[in-house]
Ligand binder design. Structure first.
Ligand code: G6P
Length: 614
């Protein structure tokens, strides 16, 4: 993880870099640092804490420098501390480096460098890399670019790096392998960043470095080469689709709340141009262009992490239920290391909001090597996963900044619903009438999500007041809503630090029931679906043990309402679409409880939005 950004041009670099770091804080926020090159002198400030703490430390910096770079950290090697913060400087004081990723063989390299007299102040792998660059420069008698290239050829791991040399105030050198790096192209000015958000108000043109590439950026332009053999690469300039408004809070207290409220629009945007109800069509070119593979698929494997993994589970229910194709869902981190059986008859789908999650990316590379057809469901356009896949469908949820995923999740569910319904239609596993009724219903989902937010937010605030001091929560659901129980519990624990567990409701009696007493709130997702009677029985079982039930129910459900402490209503929809609606009040519940507990919901402790380390 970690966010990196930099600037070279004619403007003052400091404010551009600080603002850029604030936009990248979703990638890590346990320490931050900045380095400016002021006429051949490094000005370095770094600190444990957030970018706002760095600003305090920079109060007297007073720099007019027009080149510099900054870093916001999510600690991997070494605790968050001033000394472990980036940038790191080489022993000779001439080279500065910021890094997103992990140098896996840093231990061996550190021993080698120590034996040559190098001294290390921090516990980081990054300080090893910057000194390896110095070592290459001195022993091979080469310029900085070549020294970086040589050093990177010795490195095992993942990185997006930016390097400055004190005697070269008009140059920043960048390189990437498995961590993202974008170069913004302005007029006689250039920006670098982990994503385009730091420079979106300055330019709409960017070059995305590919894996294994490095670039020298000067006022004259961007010179890209392959790290391996120095072969020259022609830059491909892309038009950015990002807007400034999309990455600002827009009057909301937190990005998370804004993103919860954006869901009617983000789901609509995800379905726009694809769900064509009047024509009776779901148009998804990623599927259509590979129809033979999809319509005849014997097996689909979905890999992902975190909230995206919960979406994958719902994808399994959707595709198996509607399209009757066997689906397996795997944590990417497990899949990649367990020698999975994959053949060229398999379709492997990766779901990832960021498109950069290291485990998902690596698992996908493995699947590709083994000959599977790989498909991506990503939110970030042109992200590493999106570029690796054979085909895919973007979720058009817009930038998601809050670390706890909300609108990206429901957009993933919208894409998965469309894929499942489309496959079902073409495979003939649902009737024409069912197809028509499902797509008609899907079209109403944005309005229904709007209604859920409108009708439940105040009620959820009151419920949050009742339970904000609780230490444990249980979430139960069945069928399509079992993954929603997992997701509800994850949302609560990530942002409020309350211990929460999600379980399939029927499994409660195999363990969690032992935890239930009158201090245990149990959130039961209980819409009127196939399993309604079963879940009513589960609620009885909780009541008999004096647990407090908060239920998500279908509108006008008198039966469950009379049995529970609180009932939150969602509109009536087909079972396969209930997860989208049921997830919304659970997002709000986690949000309002976290607020009452004084937690930083957008930047929960120890977490980061984009996990680019294993
Ligand atoms: C992190 C984030 C989660 C996210 C997960 C997977 O843990 O905090 O919100 O669900 O990574 O990320 P991805 O970008 O692959 O969906």
């Amino acid at each position: 993880m970690c966010g990196i950004t930099g600037y070279i041009g004619h403007k003052e670099a400091y404010p551009i870099i600080i603002n850029g770091l604030k936009r990248l804080e979703y990638r890590g926020y346990d320490s931050a640092g900045i380095i400016l090159n002021e006429n051949g002198i490094f000005k370095l400030r770094k600190t444990k804490g957030k970018v706002s703490d760095l600003e305090v430390k920079c109060a007297k910096l007073n720099s007019k420098a027009t080149v510099g770079m900054g870093h916001t950290r999510w600690a991997t090697h070494g605790v968050p501390s001033d000394v472990n913060s980036h940038p790191h400087i080489s022993n000779n004081g001439r080279i500065a480096l910021i890094h997103n990723g992990i140098i896996e063989n840093y231990g061996t390299l550190k021993i080698m460098l120590t034996s040559k007299g190098y001294v290390f102040k921090s516990e980081t792998d990054t300080e090893v890399l910057v000194n390896l660059i110095q070592f290459m420069q001195e022993t091979q008698k080469v310029d900085l670019f070549t020294a970086i290239r040589y050093a990177l050829n010795e490195v095992i791991g993942a990185y997006a790096i930016a390097v400055m040399e004190v005697e070269q105030p008009e140059e920043i050198i960048v390189a990437r392998l498995s961590s993202p790096l974008a170069i913004g192209i302005g007029e006689n000015e250039y920006f670098i960043a982990s994503d385009a958000s730091p420079f979106v108000e300055f330019t709409k043109e960017a070059v995305y470095l590919e894996d294994g590439e490095m670039a020298a950026i000067t006022l004259e332009g961007v010179d890209i080469h392959k790290i391996k053999d120095n072969a020259k690469v022609n830059p491909i300039i892309q038009e950015l689709k990002l807007n400034l408004e999309e990455i600002e809070k827009g009057g909301y207290d937190h990005f998370m709340l804004k993103e919860i409220h954006e869901q009617p629009k983000s789901i609509m945007d995800t379905m726009r141009g694809r769900l064509l109800v009047e024509e009776g069509v779901i148009q998804m070119s990623g599927i259509w262009d590979h129809q033979e593979k999809f319509f005849n698929a014997e097996r689909i494997i979905i890999i992902s992490c975190g909230t995206s993994w919960h979406a994958a589970l719902i994808g399994e229910y959707l595709i198996e239920d509607l399209a009757r194709i066997p689906v397996e869902v795997e944590y990417a981190s497990e899949f990649r290391y367990r020698n999975p059986i994959i053949t060229d008859r398999d379709i492997v789908i990766a779901i990832s909001q960021s498109g950069e999650t290291a485990d998902t990316l690596a698992a996908l590379k493995l699947a590709k090597e083994k000959g599977a057809f790989i498909y991506g469901i990503c939110n970030v356009v042109d992200s590493s996963i999106a570029r690796l896949t054979d085909a895919g469908s973007y979720t058009h949820a817009g930038p998601e900044i809050g670390v706890a995923s909300t609108k990206a999740f429901t957009a993933q569910l919208a894409v998965l619903s469309m894929i499942a319904i489309k496959l079902a239609k073409h495979r003939g596993t649902i009737s024409k009438e069912r197809f028509t009724s499902l797509i008609t219903e899907l079209e109403t989902i944005p309005d229904k999500v709007e209604k859920v937010i409108r009708n439940t937010e105040e009620q959820v605030k009151e419920i949050a007041l009742l339970y904000s001091r609780t230490n444990n929560f249980l979430y139960l659901g069945r069928g399509y809503n079992y993954p929603i129980a997992l997701e509800g519990a994850l949302k609560l624990k990530e942002i409020s630090y309350i211990h929460a567990e999600g379980y399939p409701a029927a499994e409660m009696k195999h363990g969690p029931i032992a935890l239930i007493d009158n201090n245990m709130p149990v959130v039961v997702i209980a819409p009127k679906t196939l399993h309604y009677d079963k879940i009513v029985s589960n609620i009885q079982e909780i009541n008999s043990r004096k647990g407090k039930v908060i239920a998500i129910v279908t509108e006008n459900d008198i039966q469950v309402r009379s049995m529970v402490s609180q009932a939150i209503e969602i509109p009536d929809v087909s079972e396969c679409l209930t997860p989208i609606l049921a997830s919304v009040p659970l997002q709000l519940l986690a949000y309002y409880i976290a607020i009452l507990r004084g937690a930083n919901v957008d930047q929960p402790r120890n977490l980061a939005k984009s996990v680019t380390v294993e």
